[in-house]
Design a protein around this ligand. Sequence first.
Ligand code: FAD
Length: 349
Amino acid sequence: MEDVVVIGAGLSGLTAAQRLHREGYRVVVIDKSRGLGGRLATRRLGSIAIDHGCRYLQPFADPVASPLPALLAAEVLRPWRPESFELSSDNALTAVPPQVLYGAPQGMSAVAKTLAVDLTVQRHWLATALQPLPRGWRIEGQFLGEAQPTPPETFEARAVIVAIPAPQAIALIGTAAQHHPELRELCHQLQDVTFEAVITVMAGYGNQAARLPNQQGTEGWMVASDTHPTLRWLALDSSKRTTPQDSVVVLHSSAAFAAEVLEQSDLEPAGKTLLTAAASLGDWLSSPQWMQVHRWRYGFVRRALGRDILSHAAIPTLVGCGDWCQGGNAEGAIAAGNRAAVATARALG
Ligand SMILES: Cc1cc2nc3c(=O)[nH]c(=O)nc-3n(C[C@H](O)[C@H](O)[C@H](O)COP(=O)(O)OP(=O)(O)OC[C@H]3O[C@@H](n4cnc5c(N)ncnc54)[C@H](O)[C@@H]3O)c2cc1C
């Protein structure tokens, strides 16, 4: 039996797992995906890395909990200084002062790989149910990969940390609530958490300059909007790389646009619509050499839980964490992961 199984290898789960591992607990992390990092995601097309999830990290409000100094020292992150603009609902572009941003030259998933060092991670394993044992939990699930020999059909641990988006956590914690009715209260709390979907376009423009009309410098650019009906954010993603091979733009849709097209089986037309909307910034944007589209069903937190972690005093060996606890961003995910680790260590004694 493990001491702790962490379900979800995103920023929150990896932070919790790494902290418990360093304190000497036996920890296994499981994730349904092939890659590590969850929304901290990098797609690789040949030798091109593209951040289609989390774009950058920013200075932490709580510097004590910040992993930034270590990630900068290890050269996993470095300052990213795109020229910054704001886009109005009627396509007017205004230059805004640059913020302090940190990008990952190898792609943001390098941050997850750094956090996962020395951890035991079972990938491609979907957790579907939590069964209480006399002194812990059995985690039931399904291996989605093809490795031989196949990994175990269940994991057992003295404590479980559920580090997956709140809407997915409801179903999982609901299986535990069938045995511990107290946990129904946690499911009710999770129902108050809401997410916005995002449609993300990755588009390549070969070796053309990929500049904006108002741009002064040559390094890179980033455009954000809170009011545009279709576009939330776009940037020259390739300007984060040390030696970019292609000009690559990443574009994130508005929540309203994503809600409209979310269930479409083919997202290619939605991707083209987004690039056509972006062409108000430069005609070239609507004619990439290649394009890929990604659907984030649980992209950004709209309404957070408003608590440090999800927990019930009567069942302290089951804890929930994620960006949906507080903050709704990378810093919030890390803070909740740290607090989940502290609560779990206390529960294990
Ligand atoms: C497009 C986009 C851009 C963003 N940009 C930024 C940014 O620039 N800066 C910033 O600070 N934040 C940004 N964010 C938010 C940031 O990425 C998230 O806040 C953070 O990564 C969330 O981490 P997490 O660990 O809470 O959840 P996740 O990253 O969602 O991790 C959850 C993990 O759980 C796994 N999982 C789910 N269900 C199961 C199951 N049943 N069994 C096993 N595994 C399961 C998933 O595969 C996933 O790996 C962005 C988000 C998106 C979508």
